[in-house]
Design a protein around this ligand. Structure first.
Ligand code: AP5
Length: 216
């Protein structure tokens, strides 16, 4: 199963991809996570991406396309994958189509996380993450057992640099301008499934699990 998770920042793409991948033997390929790892490791890609990401703008299509194609090519032993936060522009979507055709792969579905602006702003403002294992929390919606500490490995949770109010506003603007047009792009191809994403994590997860059963 090859899936794309589409939706505004803070809609829950990463949270629900983590939950689904655990049981379904799917790889979770999150463009933002891969970029952040490159930034942390100081790779040439990370050095070019750092300031762009901190401002809430998009990293260049060419860099992100090559990064994601490499990530897909290097997968081994999975039943498929979820692309989280990729593609994010029409140019990326068209490049991915060509890549899939060359790899003789086909896209199973695109899941559109349909979340309102007020909800995503609240979620991003309270998001915390584990710098070691990447598990995502929220201070009130999905808190860790011990405040500020990861349940999995005891690391101190951190706040993403791009989760500052001004950067959140800019990321939402970029989403509306560059990524939202992908909804119609994939709807026309009859690949799009809308998932209402304003509800709590367990209700959104139930809808996704039902959809997964239908798609498998
Ligand atoms: P990226 O890391 O992909 O950020 P994003 O798309 O803005 O998405 P987020 O990770 O912020 O949100 P999410 O939907 O995954 O929400 P989450 O599950 O964490 O990208 C970062 C940057 O990298 C970009 O700005 C850009 O610069 C660059 N980049 C990435 N991809 C690129 C591309 N393709 N092209 C160019 N540049 C690219 O949830 C948010 C919070 O809500 C959490 O606290 C969580 O606990 C909580 N929560 C989640 N679901 C629920 C729920 N159902 N109920 C209650 N709380 C919930």
């Amino acid at each position: 199963m090859e899936l794309i998770f589409l939706g505004p920042p803070g809609a829950g793409k990463g949270t629900h991809a983590q939950m689904l991948c655990k049981d379904a033997q799917l790889a979770h390929l999150a463009a933002g996570d891969i970029l952040r790892k490159n930034v942390k490791d100081g790779t040439p890609l990370g050095i070019r991406a750092k300031a762009v990401m901190e401002s809430g703008a998009l990293v260049s299509d060419e860099l992100v396309n090559n990064m994601m194609f490499d990530a897909i090519r290097s997968l081994n032993g999975y039943k498929g994958f979820i692309l989280d936060g990729y593609p994010r522009t029409l140019f990326q979507a068209e490049a991915l189509e060509k890549f899939f055709a060359a790899q003789k792969k086909s896209l199973t579905a695109v899941i559109n996380f349909d979340a309102s602006e007020a909800v995503v702003v609240d979620r991003l403002s309270g998001r915390r993450g584990c710098p070691k294992c990447g598990k995502i929390y929220h201070v009130t919606n999905m808190p860790p057992k011990k405040e500020g500490v990861c349940d999995v490995d005891g690391e101190t949770l951190t706040i993403r640099k791009d989760d500052q109010p001004e950067t959140i506003r800019h990321r939402l603007k970029v989403y509306h301008e560059s990524t939202k047009p992908l909804i119609e792009f994939y709807r026309k191809k009859k690949l799009l499934h809308d998932v209402p994403a304003d509800g709590d994590a367990s209700s959104v997860q139930k809808v996704l699990e039902k959809l997964f059963e239908k798609l498998s």
